[in-house]
Every structure is written in C-alpha cells, then in structure tokens.
Design a protein around this ligand. Structure first.
Ligand code: PMP
Length: 283
C-alpha cells in the first residue's frame, strides 16, 4: 500500500514516511486544532493551488493560526510531488497549532506543524447515490468556513452512507435546508438553472464548487445561491456533487429515490475536463 508515496514534507524537511514523527502534544492530534487542504495533481501539477492556499489562509486566520507563506507551501508541494512521482494523486496539506497544552487553551507560543503528504486517489464511481443523514451542519458554528482537521462528524456520516450502499452523506443545516456532503458540495438543476446552497448555509466554499460556478457563468448557465429544501432535491431535473476528487459527479439516487440524469451535468463535466486539460487553474 502506498509504495509510491514514500516521502512526506514535515516542518521544513522531506522525510521518509517511516521516520516522520509528530509530538503527542500536537494540538492537531489532541483536540483537532488545525486546518487542512486536499489537493489533486494532474500531469504532475497541483490543480488550483492558489485557490487552496487562499482557503487555507482563511481557515487559519479564523483559527488564529499563522499560515506559512505561499513560497513555503508551493515549494513543499513541489517537493512532495517530485519525491513521490505524484503525477495523478491526492495531496494533503495539514497545518496544526503544534505543541500546546493538553486542554483547549491555545498556549503561549506554539510553533505550527506543517505537513504535506501524498497518496493514491480515492476510488470514484461515475454516479453517486447519496444518503440524507439525520445530523445537522451548524451554519452558526465557530468553525463555519474553516476546513478544520476536526472531521469526525464527516467520518461518522460517510460511514453511515456507505452502510446504506450510498457513496456520499448529505447534511441539512439547522434550518432544515440542504447544506453539503461529508466532503463535497451539492448542486441541483431546475428548468435549466443551477441551484446550490450559499456558503451562509454552512457549507464549505468548495474549490470545485467555485470553478463549476465560473464555468457555468462562461457557458451562460444561470446559477442561484439560495436556501434549498429537501423537496427541491427530490424534484430536481438533475443533481450533482462537486469536490476535488469527485470533480463533477452526477447523483443517481437520493436514498431509494431515483433522480433523472440530464444534459447539464455532462456539459459541466466536459467544461471541467477542458479546464483541467488546458491548465486553466494550475496556479
Ligand atoms: N465540503 C466539505 C465538507 C469538504 O470536506 C469538501 C472537500 N474539501 C468539499 C465540500 C468540497 O470542496 P473542494 O471542491 O474544495 O474539494
């Protein structure tokens, strides 16, 4: 497993993964006090790295963490891609507070931990079945818009989806509106228009979501960001998920309810593939 991904970047050094070690007092480990980005490489280049860096900065600022410079991040990512021959792979950039008290205090002067690792891409099916989970996203959370390392809610939700034979879990927010998947954003199509929850719904400002909205605009497809009901999902002409690894993935079922597969999703998939192959978002 992961024979190709032998090296990790940790705090300034490229190390064999066996020798890379974190402190047991790292606040990322003890309380999930950290932020991260998941990035994909195409042809050995990180896709939309600038956008990921900007989101990392935003997440880190809310958490009171200092973001390393663009130059450090870009160089760390390049080193890992090169050392691991990560031509079409997943990258994971994790930034935590570093050593801190065992409780919730941030502590006086923690030195952040920065780690970049790579791995094989996750398996992906062409179509996704989604499962509506009974747990809510909190759009008024202190971690709203933070891609925090505290992902255990997503772990539980995704396991619940898998147990139902679905590939993604969908959360509603505290208002009962559609929010997002455990690791993806949600789009609906109604009468030729795209609809997606706005970020005030509590969803993450997905990089793929943003790119798909840009592509839709360039294709003259209208996009609405507004509160969406569960009924709107069941009544959708088409629906799809977006994420770094799913790209644009059509939804075939909401639990046992089949959804139509329509013309707009393949159009956006094609536009996305063109964006990748023409390197529209390589920096
Ligand atoms: N929502 C959540 C909770 C996620 O973890 C992700 C994956 N980063 C997304 C949405 C999709 O974001 P992106 O397109 O940046 O991968």
């Amino acid at each position: 497993m992961e024979a190709m991904h032998r090296h990790v970047f940790l705090n300034g050094s490229l190390l064999p993964r066996e020798t890379a070690r974190l402190s047991p007092f790292d606040h990322g480990f003890t309380v999930g006090d950290g932020v991260f980005e998941s990035i994909i490489t195409y042809e050995g280049r990180p896709f939309a790295l600038r956008r990921h860096f900007t989101r990392l900065q935003r997440s880190a600022a809310i958490m009171g963490l200092e973001t390393p410079s663009w130059e450090i991040v870009e160089a760390a990512v390049a080193q890992v891609i090169k050392a691991n021959a990560a031509t079409h792979a997943r990258l994971r950039l994790t930034l935590t507070r570093g050593e801190a008290p065992l409780g919730s205090e941030q502590g006086p002067h923690a030195r952040p931990t920065l780690c970049v690792a790579s791995a094989e891409l996750p398996q992906r099916t062409p179509l996704a079945k989604i499962h509506l989970v009974p747990w809510t996203r909190n759009e008024r959370s202190a971690l709203q818009q933070v891609k925090s390392t505290s992902y255990a809610e997503n772990v539980v939700a995704l396991a619940a989806a898998h147990a139902c034979g679905a590939q993604e879990a969908i959360f509603l927010n505290t208002q009962g509106h559609l929010c997002e998947g455990s690791g993806s954003n949600l789009f609906l199509v109604h009468q030729g228009r795209l609809h997606t929850p706005s970020v005030t719904s509590g969803c993450l400002d997905g990089i793929t979501r943003g790119i798909v909205m840009d592509l839709a605009a360039s294709l003259g497809i209208a996009v609405d960001e507004s509160p969406l009901t569960v009924e709107a999902l069941f009544a959708a002409d088409e629906a799809f998920l977006t994420s770094t690894f799913r790209e644009v993935q059509a939804i075939s079922h909401v639990d046992d309810h089949p959804l139509p597969l329509g013309p707009l999703t393949p159009r956006l998939q094609a536009a996305f593939r063109t964006a990748v192959t023409t390197e529209m978002f390589t920096d």
